[in-house]
Design a binder for this molecule. Structure first.
Ligand code: NAP
Length: 277
């Protein structure tokens, strides 16, 4: 990962994205200075989704905490309203502080500072405790050729039936699905069977990996927005070109191992002798 993208390149990225039919930006208060840079470049015409950071243990005035963070996000982004406000950690909605937090999000919605409120999840199981209790308008979940939990669990169908907008991220599993066999860090070699199938399906071609990974999520009905992570303009250009004639044939591939599916758990894998520096 390259770190922060310079503002001039962010401007080029937004222009190219807009020309390519992209209309939504996903960011978070926790993503370094990204809100500030987006605000500087100008995102008033975009649908902006941002996230509240995890609620710190010691916070007693939940309402004051949330209001201040959202006001700061709006000020940094220089927009009067967010398309979506997601909780970066859905379990913040559980318990008595959760009720206060939700009531505060509703106040922001009533004041038209936020259109939809929702959660960013790491596992569809998180919805079991939140969905029956709270009315949400937006859910962001990981989804890719390997990680089909949102579909297999039946949650995608349930969310759509309830009229909830679903955004998916992780189409490239933090870029891992785009790496060739020789670029893949050694710590992932325990899933050799998965990689063999993926490499066979994509014929060892970088272009086909991009096209197949993107085609799979784009061709799944019901998903409102597919979020892609990019480090530079060139990657966006590759994505918009690939999206036009993306591979709509889904590989028969899946994995249930959370150690691979959840990038937060990759640190547990240690590093291998052939990891790139
Ligand atoms: N042609 C190419 O070579 C090409 C093309 C496209 C992409 N890529 C690679 O693929 C990667 C993206 O893959 P993906 O879309 O599948 O990603 P992903 O799995 O959705 O992962 C994105 C991760 O980055 C964090 N994140 C998102 N926005 C961020 C920001 N503005 N600042 C800091 N952290 C942020 C998220 O953290 P939270 O979970 O905490 O929210 C999430 O863990 C890119 O970084 C790029 O390296 C390569």
């Amino acid at each position: 990962v390259r770190g922060q993208v310079p503002p001039a390149e962010v401007r080029q990225i937004l222009d190219a994205a807009s020309a390519g039919g992209i209309d939504t930006i996903d960011t978070a208060a926790a993503y370094g200075e990204s809100e500030q840079v987006l605000g500087m470049v100008g995102v008033a015409r975009w649908q902006v989704v941002t996230k509240l950071p995890p609620l710190p243990e010691q916070v007693l005035d939940v309402s004051g905490w949330a209001l201040e963070i959202v006001q700061r996000s709006l000020a940094r982004l220089r927009v009067p309203r967010l398309h979506g406000l997601l909780l970066h950690r859905s379990r913040d909605l559980l318990g008595p502080r959760g009720r206060k937090l939700y009531a505060t999000l509703q106040r922001l919605q009533n004041a038209q500072m936020v259109r939809g409120i929702g959660v960013s999840i790491y596992d569809p199981d998180e919805l079991d405790s939140v969905f029956p209790v709270y009315s949400l308008q937006l859910v962001q979940a990981p989804f890719n050729v390997l990680d089909r939990r949102i579909v297999q669990s039946g949650w995608l169908t349930r969310l759509l039936a309830a009229g909830i907008e679903v955004h998916t991220r992780s189409a490239f599993l933090q870029g891992l699905l785009l790496l060739g066999a020789h670029e893949r860090p050694a710590k992932f070699s325990r899933w050799a069977g998965v990689w063999r199938q993926w490499d066979d399906f994509t014929l060892g071609s970088r272009e086909r990996r991009l096209s197949a990974a993107l085609g799979f999520v784009l061709s799944t009905p019901g998903i409102s927005r597919v979020i892609v992570g990019i480090d530079c303009l060139r990657q966006l250009q590759e994505i918009t070109a690939a999206a036009e004639n993306a591979d709509r044939e889904a590989p028969d591939l899946r994995c249930d191992d959370l150690q691979l599916l959840n990038p937060a758990r990759w640190t547990e894998l240690g590093s291998g002798p052939t990891d790139p520096a």
